[in-house]
Design a protein around this ligand. Sequence first.
Ligand SMILES: O=P(O)(O)OC[C@H]1O[C@H](OP(=O)(O)OP(=O)(O)O)[C@H](O)[C@@H]1O
Ligand SMILES: NC(=O)CC[C@H](N)C(=O)O
Ligand SMILES: [Mg+2]
Length: 467
Amino acid sequence: MWGDPNAVALTHLGLHTLQHRGQEGAGIVGFDGHTLRRHRGFGLVSQVFADPADLTALTGSAALGHVRYATAGGKVLENVQPLLFRFSDGPVALAHNGNLTNAVSLRAELEANGAIFQSTSDTECLMHLIRRSHAGDFTAQLKAALNQVHGGFAFALLTPSGLYAAVDPHGFRPLVIGTLASGGVVVASETAALTAVGATLTHELAPGELAVITDAGIAVSAYTTQTELAICSMEYIYFARPDSVIHGVNIHQARVRMGERLAAEQPAAGDIVVGVPNSSLSAAMGYARASGIPYEMGLVKSQYVARTFIQPTQDLRERSVRLKLSAISSVVARKRVILVDDSLVRGTTAIQLVRLLKDAGAAAVHLRIASPPLRFPCFYGIDIQTTAELMAANHTVADMKELLGVASLAFLSTAGLEQAVGLTTTAPHGGLCVAYFTGEYPTPLDDYEVAYRAELATLHPDVNVHA
Ligand SMILES: O=P(O)(O)OC[C@H]1O[C@H](OP(=O)(O)OP(=O)(O)O)[C@H](O)[C@@H]1O
Ligand SMILES: NC(=O)CC[C@H](N)C(=O)O
Ligand SMILES: [Mg+2]
């Protein structure tokens, strides 16, 4: 946030609104008119700022906040963002959503030339590249650095003179700009955060764009012309909040269309449709509407347990699913349940839910997934970087049906997904990145290439068209 007397408090509010995007750590940097001050820690925003004094210590008219969902580098405080650098000519804070594919090789090269890294985060590379640039001013140095990092990124940087926001050449990760009645400017991953702070959407960063926000206003330019939209389809399927809008498409309505489409592509003989709280509820609603089969609340979610898929370890993910979901026996007993989830990745949720529904007396479970089988890793910002952890990469759909113990199992097609999102663009796959479904990556994989190819060769030939 730039140019609002309540920048720190509003950033805190905005971070709460983006909590679903990262639960491992959070931090805020405030600009008090002289220098940048930071508070950060592990856990949820409410835990990191449990003591209100930590927030009030950060005053100022500009602020930068982050919630971490780790994709690279371990659980150490140094990796919790915003990263903050105190240079001889002034401080710079940096926040990143996404994952850089060439961070390991960049770091090796930078260290060979004398760079001393403070963290093990991929994000830090950007700052070293900025400092090593001989370009004229900070904006030009940043543009030079943005052209050297590869992969998925939405970056925000804060200095005493401005706020900078940039997205990668494929726009893998979303980033929007809004304005406040006070004249302040807000940059956020999702429009839901703009709404929360009372800002109006004024611009959505296009692939390869850099926005420079200063007291003089907002200047948007391109740092590269080699661009092609491939926004992460999992943003529409799972990550983003239902009330957010990405590239003109509301997330809830896109999910409803995924569910409607799934009902048309993969009908099931069931008595009730049940969604998996939270993120599949929209798709389940769409499935019920299109099939004419009644929607029922067969599962309840504890409001005190957060998202499971973005937890950092399998043990935590399994424990949270158990704590989080329970079945309403009187709803599902003796019913043929059509269970709709938005995605099946490691299978953690589905394995436990099918058991839960059967224990509650369901006569049969027909599992319908409102996205295609996820068979390939993501290197642009989802923490699934090996095929070993992906259920559909290691088993055919028929095998998965047996493993899960369901009466039937079916997925949405990639074409169906692309149409359900329905972006207006001529870019491949309707402007979406569908690499984890098809194995077609929009960029070279850089540091991940060798290990990825080696892993592919070991996969079951029936499930992997690229092996
Ligand atoms: O196959 P898996 O590896 O289990 O991953 C997929 C599941 O994880 C996500 O839910 P999550 O609990 O993270 O969040 P939600 O409450 O927003 O649905 C997603 O909505 C699926 O339910
Ligand atoms: N979305 C994120 O929070 C990831 C940022 C960075 N890649 C990290 O692992 O810390
Ligand atoms: Mg879920």
